[in-house]
Design a protein around this ligand. Structure first.
Ligand SMILES: [Zn+2]
Length: 298
């Protein structure tokens, strides 16, 4: 394996292969160095790749490394890939604040339990996570002090519920979805200085104008920052929308049809069997598998 990995060479034409996730550095392999006998020929049909799971230092990324070669023809380029040695994934969370990964992990956990997939973490001025929580609307239980199995079991509520009274103006709450009215009020009541959200929520459009309407809200208003750019935003918006489609929530779908038709279309494709297949995976594996669908819009 090590020998084969060392044989990986960069191939100029590989850049035309569009199948890979956005964060994958695509490299092709000298087949002669990795096929039995060193013939350089493609593997026999039906050759089954073997997979090796390798942990990568934080932010953790588990890479599946098939030992044999498969051929994927992309746009007639006939790129040879071993999604094994060819994929050298970097972190999809590269370039964003570290707490985002924790928030996305919690959202994924909620997705797996069929609660509304939103996760959040609260960090102090030193960047340390002091509280975390996720939506538990479809969960029967949760950590002590968290709300479960109700309409108000929101991620931000569960993150803030056990926070002692105090001044948290220098704290930042990271949440995967723009806070709703309930959570916006909870942030204000908790005296948290800043909230950062990954995806906008058109259901609560205009809520940022609350301080204009009410002095009490204005007095300790939690500053809102967001959304994130790129596929992380799409991912954060998509999961709750898939959940809405699966639960048949028409009001949410109608709102998104007007504001995020592409994401809604993707959510309708994913809802059901495809989402269930992803639910069986951990976040890293699910992102790895789903990213090409995000980039192609399918
Ligand atoms: Zn909320």
């Amino acid at each position: 394996m090590k020998k084969a990995a060392n044989a990986v060479t960069n191939t100029p034409g590989a850049a035309t292969c569009a199948w890979r996730p956005a964060w994958v550095t695509h490299r092709t392999v000298d087949h002669a160095s990795i096929t039995p006998g060193g013939s350089g020929a493609p593997p026999a049909a039906g050759t089954k790749p073997r997979f090796v799971r390798r942990p990568v230092p934080w932010p953790r990324w588990h890479i599946h490394l098939p030992m044999s070669v498969r051929r994927i023809s992309v746009g007639g380029t006939g790129c040879w890939q071993t999604s094994s040695m060819v994929q050298a994934p970097t972190d999809p969370f590269e370039g964003v604040d570290q707490p985002w990964r924790s928030a996305f992990l919690l959202a994924w956990e909620a997705f797996q339990t069929r609660s509304i997939p939103v996760g959040s973490v609260l960090v102090n001025a030193a960047g340390e996570v002091v509280r975390s929580g996720r939506n538990r609307s479809n969960d029967r239980t949760g950590p002590v002090g968290h709300v479960a199995g109700s309409y108000i079991a929101h991620a931000e509520i569960n993150t803030l519920a056990t926070l002692p009274q105090g001044d948290y103006n220098d704290h930042t709450l990271y949440t995967t979805l723009e806070p709703c009215f309930l959570c916006t009020a909870a942030l204000r009541h908790s005296h948290v200085g800043v909230v950062r959200f990954a995806a906008p929520d058109p259901m609560w459009r205009g809520i940022e104008r609350l301080p204009e309407l009410n002095d009490q809200m204005a007095r300790r208003w939690t500053r809102r920052e967001g959304p994130l750019d790129g596929h992380l935003q799409t991912w954060a918006a998509l999961l709750p929308l898939v959940s809405s489609v699966e639960r048949g929530v028409q009001s949410v779908q109608q709102q998104h049809a007007a504001t995020m038709p592409e994401v809604l279309s993707l959510a309708r494709e994913w809802a059901g069997a495809r989402a269930d297949r992803l639910r069986a995976l951990d976040l890293d594996s699910a992102m790895m598998q789903a990213w090409p669908m995000l980039t192609s819009g399918r």
